[in-house]
Write a protein that binds this ligand. Structure first.
Ligand SMILES: [Zn+2]
Ligand SMILES: [Zn+2]
Length: 431
């Protein structure tokens, strides 16, 4: 087998990996980059025509992959529903099958439905965790992983007597920490190559709390606050939403989610996942309809995405009255609604990567919250593995060679193991 990392050997995000045998060619992840020439990529870049994206290297030069090529890949395998792992799918030839988990597929579909990402056809084939499938002569076994994206996978690829493990993005301190243990126990030991992420190797100063500790910290911060408690996290970070939901239960507060977040919970629950969602079963969850989002749903998305929650709707008037008893989702785009509900003098909990707080959009939002008398506090933990967990993965799987990916500092891996080999983007490695 031949391994080529097209992007990711020395950066976080934008992951693109090729695995090739004598008869089969696979692309593993199709990530949109988070960085361009070393700086965070600007939003305007995504709107550029594909010719320009090829020129800039946003689309690496890979033959037989893109919509305008004669397809020469047998499949694309996606590890999880983060843009830096699937954001280039829209440029990939629609005839090439895309393998992804049911949860990943649902999140991608929802992002398209709510126009967070562009609509594009996907020749989707869903895989089930722990059930091996084959593409050409490559056998692929997916493993459910603990990550901030729901239903994320690691993979074991075997062909021609060789095995490569790919961790995907993972951690061992979330609500599915047991999945990391299961991967360590069941994945093939002494594989020829372990491709592992190393996001946290460059972020050693970040505190790593478990999701239970996040829940505890939220409950402690909000105890005795007789005022609205707002929180901001990704609506697709299900582990985190569950942490806030559980904290709301402990605090005896109403858990109020906006209609988009409600749809994410509803759709993932409908796949059979045991998740809290607005329903008779979870009476302390109520759904808030922000004006602009609701208008968009009725005019462009489809009214069923709003009507399905009408029995659990919380009106602006009710929010004003019950403001002191709520724990509610918030983000810059719904600031006007928060203002109109006269939610003031409460607590705002920021629960995303700190780097996003530097954007003008976010700064303005938090300044408005401060003006309205809110106290702002950050409670967060990474979606990525701590250095000890990466070390443990490497030691216990005991592979012959280790290739770092999804890291800014691949050389830091050299201090952890003598089996590490550093790859260059675009260079082939014979497995
Ligand atoms: Zn990633
Ligand atoms: Zn990720």
């Amino acid at each position: 087998m031949k391994l080529t990392i097209y992007r990711g050997s020395k950066e976080i995000g934008g992951t693109l990996i090729e695995l090739k045998t004598s008869s089969t060619r696979l692309l593993i992840d199709a990530g949109y980059p988070l960085f361009l020439n070393g700086s965070p990529i600007e939003d305007t870049i995504a709107k550029l025509p594909s010719v320009k994206l090829l020129e800039l290297g946003v689309l690496p030069k890979i033959s037989g992959l893109y919509t305008w090529d004669e397809p020469a890949f047998d499949a694309v395998v996606i590890s999880h529903a983060h843009i830096d792992h699937y954001g280039l799918l829209k440029y990939i030839h629609p005839c090439i099958p895309v393998y992804l988990s049911a949860g990943t597929q649902k999140i991608v579909e929802l992002s398209q439905t709510f126009r967070i990402v562009d609509k594009f056809p996907i020749n989707a084939c869903t895989f089930k965790m722990y059930e091996p499938f084959s593409v050409g002569n490559i056998r692929i076994k997916p493993y459910l992983m603990d990550h901030s994206a729901f239903d994320a996978a690691a993979f074991e690829f075997s062909a021609e007597g060789k095995t490569m493990l790919y961790s995907g993005d993972f951690r061992g301190h979330g609500r599915k920490a047991v999945c990391l243990e299961r991967f360590i126990q069941n994945a093939q030991k002494q594989a020829d190559v372990l491709l592992t992420e190393g996001t946290m190797l460059g972020r050693a100063d970040e505190t790593v709390l478990t999701e239970n500790e996040v829940e505890q910290a939220v409950a402690e911060a909000a105890t005795g606050i007789n005022a609205p408690v707002l929180f901001q996290c990704s609506s697709q970070n299900i582990d985190r939403l569950v942490s806030f939901y559980r904290a709301a239960l402990r605090l005896g507060k109403l858990f109020v989610v906006d209609v988009y977040t409600a749809n994410v919970l509803f759709e993932l629950r409908s796949l059979g996942n045991h998740l809290p969602y607005p329903s008779g079963e979870y009476p302390n969850i109520r759904v808030f309809f922000p004006f602009r989002l609701t208008q968009k749903i009725f005019e462009k998305i489809g009214q069923e995405y709003a009507r399905r929650f009408s029995a659990f709707h919380i009106s602006k008037e009710e929010l004003t009255i019950k403001g002191k008893t709520i724990l509610m989702t918030a983000r810059p785009s719904i600031w006007r609604d928060i203002e109109k509900c006269e939610l003031r003098d409460g607590l705002f909990l920021y629960s995303m990567w700190n780097g996003y707080r530097d954007t003008e959009y976010q700064k303005k939002f938090e300044a408005s919250l401060l003006d309205a008398g809110f106290i702002c506090k950050a409670i967060h933990t990474s979606g990525h593995a701590s250095v000890p967990d990466i070390q443990r993965l490497m030691t216990e799987l005991n592979p012959k060679r280790i290739v770092p990916i999804h890291t800014m500092i691949p050389s830091a891996f050299m201090n952890i193991s003598d089996k590490v080999i550093l790859q260059e983007d675009g260079k082939k490695l014979e497995i």
